[in-house]
Design a protein around this ligand. Structure first.
Ligand SMILES: Nc1ncnc2c1ncn2[C@@H]1O[C@H](COP(=O)(O)OP(=O)(O)OP(=O)(O)O)[C@@H](O)[C@H]1O
Ligand SMILES: [Mg+2]
Length: 135
C-alpha cells in the first residue's frame, strides 16, 4: 500500500474495525491477493484520486472492501471480453475456494467497489484444493 501511494498519485486510506483474529493461511493469502489486484486495477484503470480500504472482523465474518472514486466500468462489456483479463476472474475463484463471497460493483464516472466476505468459520479452516480439513 505504502509503495503504491509513493509511486502513484493515488491516495489510499485503510480503516480496520474489530479485533485482530487468527485465520487460516489460505484465507489471509486470499485477502492479500484480492486487495493487491483490486488496488492494481484501481491504479491501472480507474484514474481515481482516492482508494479506501475497509477491513472488518466480527464474530460472523471477515469482510473487506476496496473502493475507488475513478471512472468505473461496464461489467457486461468486461464479461464479454474476459478472455484476456484474468484479474477479476482470479479474485472470484480464490474467494470461492475459501468459501467466501466476492462482489464487484461499478458505476461509470462514480467508481468501483470490490467487496469480499468470508464467514468466520470458513476463515479459520485450512482448505486444500476445495476440500476442507476439519481438525
Ligand atoms: N477499478 C477499476 N476501475 C475502472 N475499470 C476497471 C477497474 N477494475 C477493472 N476494470 C475494468 O475491468 C477490466 C477487467 O479487469 P481485470 O482485472 O479482470 O483485467 P486487467 O486488469 O485488464 O488484466 P489483468 O488483471 O489480467 O492483468 C479492466 O481491463 C478494466 O477495463
Ligand atoms: Mg487486473
Amino acid at each position: 500500500m505504502e509503495e503504491t501511494e509513493n509511486s502513484t498519485d493515488i491516495q489510499i486510506d485503510l480503516n480496520t474495525f474489530g479485533k485482530p483474529t487468527v485465520i487460516s493461511d489460505e484465507c489471509a493469502l486470499t485477502i492479500f491477493r484480492v486487495a493487491q489486484e483490486a488496488i492494481r486495477n484501481a491504479v491501472k484503470h480507474s484514474g481515481a484520486s482516492q482508494t479506501s480500504i475497509i477491513l472488518k472482523c466480527t464474530s460472523d465474518d471477515i469482510s473487506f472492501c476496496v473502493m475507488d472514486n475513478g471512472c468505473g466500468f461496464d461489467m457486461k462489456l468486461v464479461e464479454k471480453n474476459s478472455i484476456s483479463h484474468f484479474g477479476l476472474l482470479g479474485m472470484q475463484e480464490r474467494v470461492r475456494l475459501v468459501g467466501g463471497n466476492l462482489t464487484v460493483t461499478s458505476k461509470i464516472s462514480k467508481g468501483t467497489t470490490v467487496s469480499l466476505s468470508i464467514p468466520f468459520k470458513n476463515a479459520q479452516e485450512q482448505v486444500v484444493t476445495g476440500l476442507s480439513i476439519k481438525e
